[in-house]
Design a protein around this ligand. Structure first.
Ligand SMILES: *Cc1c(COP(=O)(O)O)cnc(C)c1O
Length: 338
């Protein structure tokens, strides 16, 4: 596997730190919890989309694009990081935001990620929940081409075999870091949505023959659908890398989608508790849509005895804390002192 032969533009601060969470591990009574700080990739407050965009934007530039188009939910972290990457590279950026929650709080509709999309100079337009967002992007691309522009369309979440290369790279980075500090990683856990992060991690960890299993905690789709999406994308990513055909098999892909709650982007009590716990025990901010639900899943599985006390579990913090400012009423915060 030779990742270096794929074009890449530098957008993030890598390697991201791999840190122990001693307070949280003690509080939960084991296993030994670690956190890979992909919330610290730097670009416009960071997050997992930056690694994908290093490969996607390189392809856009190689194709001579002058404009990028992408889509996501209203509080999309992917849209925000794409807008920032486009700004840095001097490309125009069009963002289509799908209203998946129906929330009307101006904090949700205008602040947090939406505020930052606009600060980075992106053109933002809205679509109703359930719209065919890929088709909406193709229509916009056609309009832009007809007006003489050269648009490059990035799928939601940056999840295709090019974007997933970013997480193949993250798998290599993680395994190197662990070996430098003599850490045996028993499990990797993270929030999974559009599947590119898990597909890249699985492909990288399997290609290295690391034996490290990855568990994705779902934030939207039911388990069977999520696992099928991740498997299909991991196989396409392995193919893109030139790996042998049966490298990625169904047994390599595990998702748990029991922590979605009522739906994508809708807070759960477990998410609220997990966000507060990490903030109070570790000084780390999770996010309401992805990493908060991912951590809620991890904490619940620990309670169910899913991991052995002596095992090392690495949680990949995929970012998104900016989204907290879109959900000010989700957290019942302590009263202020007199
Ligand atoms: C997009 C995102 C994820 C999910 O990653 P996918 O590659 O879409 O599965 C997880 N956490 C955060 C904060 C995200 O923005």
């Amino acid at each position: 596997m030779n990742l270096a032969r794929f074009p890449r533009v530098r957008l993030g601060h890598m390697p991201t730190p791999l840190e122990p969470m001693e307070n949280l591990s003690r509080h939960l009574g084991g296993p030994k919890l670690w956190i890979k700080r992909d919330d610290c990739t730097g670009l416009s407050s960071g997050g997992n989309k930056t690694r994908k965009l290093e490969y996607l934007m390189a392809e856009a530039l190689a194709q001579g694009a002058d404009t990028v188009i992408t889509q996501g939910a209203t509080q999309s972290n992917h849209a925000r990081q794409t807008a920032a990457a486009a700004a840095k590279l001097g490309l125009a950026c069009h963002i289509l935001l799908e209203d998946r929650t129906g929330y009307t709080d101006p904090a949700y509709t205008q602040s947090a990620n939406v505020l930052m999309d606009k600060l980075h100079g992106a053109t933002v337009s809205r679509r109703p929940g359930g719209a065919d967002m890929q088709a909406e992007m193709e229509t916009l691309a056609e309009e832009l081409r007809n007006s003489g522009k050269r648009p490059y369309v990035i799928p939601g979440g940056g999840s295709n075999p090019v974007g997933a290369l970013g997480y193949v790279g993250a798998a290599l980075e993680l395994v190197n870091q662990a070996s430098e500090i003599g850490l045996r990683i028993d499990h990797v856990v993270h929030a999974t949505g559009s599947a590119g992060t898990q597909a890249g991690l699985v492909t990288g960890l399997v290609a290295l023959n690391s034996g490290i299993p990855v568990l994705g905690i779902g934030v939207r789709a039911p388990r069977e659908k999520q696992e099928a999406n991740v498997l299909a994308l991991a196989q396409r990513t392995a193919d893109h890398l030139g790996l042998p055909k049966d490298t990625i098999r169904a047994e390599h892909v595990r998702a748990n989608c029991d922590y979605v709650g009522q739906g994508y982007g809708i807070p759960t009590q477990g998410m609220v508790d997990a966000v507060k716990l990490l903030a109070e025990k570790e000084g780390i901010l999770l996010d309401p849509v992805y990493s908060g639900k991912g951590m809620a899943g991890l904490i619940d599985l620990i309670g169910q005895g899913h991991f052995k006390p002596e095992e090392n579990v690495v949680f990949i913090h995929t970012g998104g804390a900016v989204g907290l400012f879109g959900y000010p009423s989700a957290f019942d915060l302590p009263a202020e002192a007199a």
